[in-house]
Design a protein around this ligand. Structure first.
Ligand code: 26Q
Length: 819
């Protein structure tokens, strides 16, 4: 988009003055950021208005992506890129003598998500807008996002993430669209005129849901969709009557209750804890979203609810918003007099459910006393859904009581949210081919048997705009120079790079950029951690949430093994390697926190041992987040994707690394399987047990890691370091890790994630990396092939599949009215 540079400059200067009462010279970076963001937002707003006018005028179908998490990352740079204003804005900023990068760095990450699931939602929104698909992201405006991580004496500390501290430039508060959400109370039955019953919710507590709208800018088009995040406010916040009558205690109490609701994101991923506040959050944003949708639907289309599935699709991002199934039934049946059976058909047509994990710890099962007290009417509706579903099961499987118990939505005093989501949706999808197969054949086998047509796969993807265009600007430029800029909206274009892998000049240009990115990262570590790393070493990176199944432990045990080898033979021939980790652990996840500590203690040991000649360095990059990922990933040579096969549903970091020319070291898990299919076996390092081997081994239950410990002196030496004082003077510190690997810990099996079983295969694959890296040409070809073959993993491809196969959603072109 072309801008008038002088006009832009004038607006920017004016905004610095209006917002901060400063001049460009005296303003802080934060103030300059705010003014620039405000200026850009003005350009965005024209398109945003036009987009919504177009949606209203055409009455097009809209998808609502319901998610408890949107890990958006910084807005400013992304908005400027997608508006295709970058070059001109950069020129203006340079002319004004301002350092553009410092301004971008002044924006805080809106960390409103834990990891993969939240970031996926953000990539999807970018693709939806770029593909001109009408969409809303619907979620919660947490006042505090994922905690900020500090490392103190090797251990993780959590600090609150006050992301709204400097204000919220991108969010627009829309008080006019506020809705009331009701909790607690009781339900009474009334007879309607026609002799049927109506259920009325009484004595409830109300919370007002107020939406804040954030723009989602499409790339090089006029589409600006909306991320709508709901905030909670007290109904009686300004209840003057109460206030004046001296009863402001109650007003304040209600305010506190409301505030707590949207205070903070739950920082435990893939772990269900059954906290009432979490269920309140879930119902709060789902109810607000659906109430608003139905109000708008009625304004546009009247009470012809049979039309609802043609106008709205609700995608449930895991089970977290699955209460939508019951809430939509409530709104249709109780508030709009739609008959149950008709409402049920409408609900199923509107809702679709995505499963993101097969880890049983993550399955949401609400105790029904908690559930029925908080949401009495919703509970009744779930009971009715369950009753009808079980009647159907009895008809089908009357002889198999065990199966019916397994499949019931309510059983053992719990409500099983995944079952509710499946029964109330027309589509159930996994997030990678292998994951979907495991769902169909293992975890959700019973449901696949009765609803085979509902099951489908949608392999995850990532947006190339943020993860290459913005994060790796040098590589983006090089690629555009060689093959044009078509890849911004058609990532398969990258295949055109394949023949260039055989051109020496291109290989050099490609690897020069990789080295420049490594130098920049090294500088960043020098500045922020005062650690020296060698840009000519292999940058081997594992960044993701800390989980036992993701096996950061395998990586660090292997580093300890390398260290032992180097101690034995300081002249061992190896390419110097820098192992970089980034990971947040859930605050209450003891084993994960201990692994973080282990990584840091190994870093202390290795980095400060002169006898190994700097051949290995270990860096734990604190506070891993989207903006840090944008620095790390472009600098990677090796991408560590080493989860226990069958456990990682998909992974998306794996795709970001591949796109940026890193070679994967991985197991055949999640989307790694498809990465190998795309890049070819020769351009990836695969090791370890396969998914079916893991599943069989687990079922046989005859694995004894002591056998490995006793027979393998290398492994024995590494494990002994955990308890002999090498890493920590307190020999008890890492004992739980030793225990978990050999005997099982806290009820888990010994080496539950097969770290020891896969250790030798991993070490061998890592030795191969070393050998291949020595052949510079061969390595460069591999790296280029990874970028060139990453087209499949664009979230544009994923979203097209959702739109065509699940939502029946068509693009709507937005045309700017000429003024
Ligand atoms: C559940 C109940 C209570 C509190 C928290 C939660 C909770 C929160 C977050 C459960 C799960 C999550 C996040 C899960 C997640 O990020 N899964 C990842 O999703 C990615 C996108 O599909 C996949 O690529 C990853 O493989 C998967 O681990």
């Amino acid at each position: 988009m072309h801008i008038d540079k002088e006009a832009f400059k004038a607006k920017l200067i004016a905004n610095v003055r209006i917002l901060s009462r400063q001049s460009v010279e005296t303003a802080t970076q934060e103030q300059l950021y705010e003014a620039l963001a405000f200026t850009i937002r003005d350009y965005v707003t024209s398109k945003w208005l036009e987009t919504h006018e177009t949606y209203d005028r055409t009455g097009c179908k809209i998808v609502c992506y319901l998610s408890m998490e949107f890990l958006m990352g910084r807005f400013l740079g992304n908005a400027i890129m997608n508006m295709t204003m970058f070059d001109e804005i950069k020129e203006v900023i340079d002319e004004m003598g301002i350092d553009y990068n410092l301004i971008e760095d002044a924006e805080r990450d809106p960390g409103l998500g834990n990891g993969g699931l939240g970031r996926l939602a953000a990539c999807f929104l970018d693709s939806l807008s770029t593909l001109e698909l009408p969409a809303y992201g619907c979620g919660i405006r947490y006042h505090y996002g994922i905690f900020e991580q500090k490392i103190v004496d090797g251990a993780q500390m959590e600090l609150p993430d006050d992301w709204l501290h400097n204000g919220d430039v991108w969010g627009v508060r829309r008080r006019e669209y506020a809705v009331e959400v009701k909790f607690y109370g009781n339900v009474v039955r009334e007879m309607k005129d026609n002799g049927e019953y109506r259920y009325v919710h009484e004595n409830y507590q109300s919370i007002i849901a107020v939406p804040y709208d954030y723009p989602v800018v499409g790339y090089n088009n006029n589409t600006v969709n909306t991320l709508r995040l709901w905030d909670a406010e007290a109904k009686n916040m300004f209840d003057l009557e109460k206030f004046n009558s001296g009863d402001f205690q109650k007003a304040v109490e209600e305010q506190n209750l409301a505030k707590a609701l949207t205070d903070v994101l739950y920082p435990a991923d893939e772990h269900y804890a059954g906290k009432e506040l979490r269920l309140r959050q879930q119902y709060f944003f789902v109810s607000a979203t659906l109430q608003r949708v139905i109000t708008k639907f009625k304004m546009k289309f009247g009470n012809n609810f049979a039309l609802l599935p043609e106008k709205y699709a609700f995608q449930l991002n895991d089970t977290h918003p699955s209460i939508a199934v019951a809430e939509l039934m409530r709104i249709l049946v109780d508030e709009n007099d739609v008959a149950w059976d008709e409402a049920w058909e409408i609900t199923k047509k509107c809702c679709a459910y995505t499963n993101h994990t097969i880890m049983s710890e993550a399955l949401e099962k609400w105790p029904y006393d908690l559930f029925s007290r908080l949401l009495p009417r919703i509970f009744m509706i779930v009971e009715e859904i369950n009753k009808r579903f079980c009647n159907m099961l009895i008809e089908k499987y009357g002889h198999d009581a065990e199966k019916i118990r397994r499949m019931a939505i309510i059983a053992d005093g719990q409500i099983r949210m995944a079952w509710l989501a499946i029964v109330g949706s027309h589509s159930v999808n996994g997030v990678a081919a292998l994951h979907t197969e495991i769902l169909k054949n293992q975890e959700l086998k019973d449901f696949y048997e009765i609803y085979p047509e509902r099951f489908n796969n949608k392999t995850n993807g990532i947006t190339q705009r943020r993860w290459l265009g913005h994060a790796n600007q040098k590589l983006a430029k090089l690629i555009t120079k060689e093959i044009g800029d078509g890849w911004y909206t058609d990532l398969d274009e990258l295949h055109k790079l394949e023949p260039l892998a055989n051109k020496k000049k291109f290989r050099e240009a490609f690897m020069d950029i990789k080295r420049e990115n490594k130098v920049e990262l090294a500088q960043y570590f020098k500045e922020t951690m005062d650690i020296d790393i060698d840009p000519d070493s292999i940058f081997d990176i594992q960044v993701k949430r800390l989980h036992e199944y993701k096996r950061q432990l395998l990586n660090v045990l292997h580093i300890m093994h390398l260290y032992n080898q180097l101690k034995e033979d300081p002249n061992m021939d190896m390419v110097p390697r820098t192992f970089i980790f980034g990971a947040k652990s859930a605050a209450g996840y003891k084993m994960a926190k201990l692994i973080i500590k282990l990584i840091n203690k190994v870093a202390d040991l290795v980095n400060n041992d002169p006898s190994i000649n700097g051949k290995i360095k270990v860096v734990f990059a604190a506070n891993y987040r989207v903006s840090l990922a944008e620095k790390l990933i472009p600098a990677a040579d090796i991408s560590e994707q080493i989860s226990t096969a069958s456990k990682e549903a998909s992974g998306t970091g794996n795709m970001k690394f591949m796109l940026n020319g890193a070679v994967t070291m991985g197991t055949l898990d999640g989307a790694n399987v498809e990465i190998m299919e795309e890049v070819g076996e020769d351009n990836i390092f695969i090791f370890g047990m396969k998914a079916d081997e893991v599943i069989d081994q687990y079922a046989r239950n005859d694995y004894n890691p002591w056998d490995i410990y006793n027979m393998d002196p290398d492994i024995q030496a590494v494990l002994n370091m955990l308890i002999n004082g090498t890493l920590d003077s307190n020999t008890e510190t890492f004992k739980p890790i030793f225990e978990s690997l050999l005997n099982g810990y806290n009820g888990s099996r010994a080496d539950e994630y097969f770290v020891l079983k896969d250790f030798n295969a991993y070490a061998k694959a890592q030795a191969k990396v070393d050998a291949v890296y020595k052949d510079k040409d061969k390595w460069a070809k591999m790296a280029i092939m990874n970028t060139a073959c990453s087209g499949k993993f664009s979230s544009d491809r994923t979203i097209k599949e959702y739109a065509e196969e699940i939502w029946g959603l068509k693009p709507v072109h937005v045309e700017m009215k000429k003024k």
